[in-house]
Write a protein that binds this ligand. Structure first.
Ligand code: ADP
Ligand code: MG
Length: 245
């Protein structure tokens, strides 16, 4: 079990109107842990991610990061969004800014770094994701896989405590998926706490400490990857795995 919880969701319930999209969610993510969330479309995976950085509010229950309840507004909320890095399916880079500017911008605005200091950190991170040669380019000059690696560098530049990935490779051409997964693998090896929604079962098997399987707004299984894949307990998980493997 996780001895040092970084994220804790207790009895979390969320509704969209009448739709009970998150139902009594209990989830602990330990420091340095990689939790992969899988499940059918519409099961609430994205909503779960979005509650963790408070892009979505919840109706009941509690969410804590490092033992503190998520801040509701103001400066605390901006800090939370920095500490909880998020990478989406669509890369959401600023089209009219260079790669370097994309990675530096929030460091200056949110973290209060000087521009030089931010640019230096950006170049380090661009090197880490293999894009040092592309710093002066604009997003449209990059492939999808390269843009997604910029988005990862941008999130890392905020020195997040945790990184959330919501289907980061789903919009990519197949030949670009691995370059993004490799960056994620290296983050995992370096001890980054990660919550990853993905359909990449190879990544789940090799990088996850735990697999969380969701269906209809509930966490149905929460287990080690080898147990989950070799021996799913629920009919929902068996059915899901039979369709994708
Ligand atoms: P997943 O990521 O597992 O596909 P989502 O969390 O995106 O699932 O969605 C869960 C359910 O909530 C779906 O039925 C979806 O249609 C619904 N939903 C998601 N976002 C909204 C929203 N902003 N308003 C109303 N319903 C939503
Ligand atoms: Mg989703």
């Amino acid at each position: 079990m996780a001895v040092d919880p970084l994220i804790e969701l207790r009895d979390v319930n969320k509704y969209y109107g009448k739709l009970h999209v998150l139902q009594d969610i209990q989830l602990t993510v330990g420091r340095g842990e990689v939790v992969v969330v899988i499940g059918p479309s519409g099961s609430g995976k994205s909503t779960l991610c979005r509650t963790i950085n408070r892009l979505e509010t919840i109706q009941s229950g509690s969410i804590t990061l490092d033992g503190q309840p998520l801040p509701e507004e103001g400066k605390g909320l901006a800090k939370l969004r920095a500490e909880v890095g998020m990478v989406f399916q669509s890369f959401n880079l600023f089209a009219h800014k260079t790669v370097l500017q994309n990675v530096s911008l929030a460091q200056v605005k949110v973290r209060g770094r000087k521009k030089d200091e931010a640019d230096k950190r950006s170049r380090e991170l661009l090197t880490r994701v293999g894009l040092e040669a592309h710093a002066e380019k604009y997003p449209a000059q990059l492939s999808g896989g390269q843009q997604q690696r910029v988005a990862i560098a941008r999130a890392l530049a905020m020195d997040p405590k945790v990184m959330l990935f919501d289907e980061p490779t789903s919009a990519l051409d197949p030949e670009m998926i691995n370059e993004v997964l490799e960056v994620m693998q290296s983050l995992a090896r370096e001890g980054m706490t990660m919550v990853v929604v993905t359909h990449e079962m190879g990544f789940a098997r090799s990088a996850a400490n735990r697999v969380v399987f969701m269906a209809d707004g509930k966490i149905v299984e929460d287990r080690a990857p080898e147990d989950f894949f070799n021996n799913p307990e629920s009919d929902r998980a068996k059915d899901f795995l039979s369709k994708i493997l």
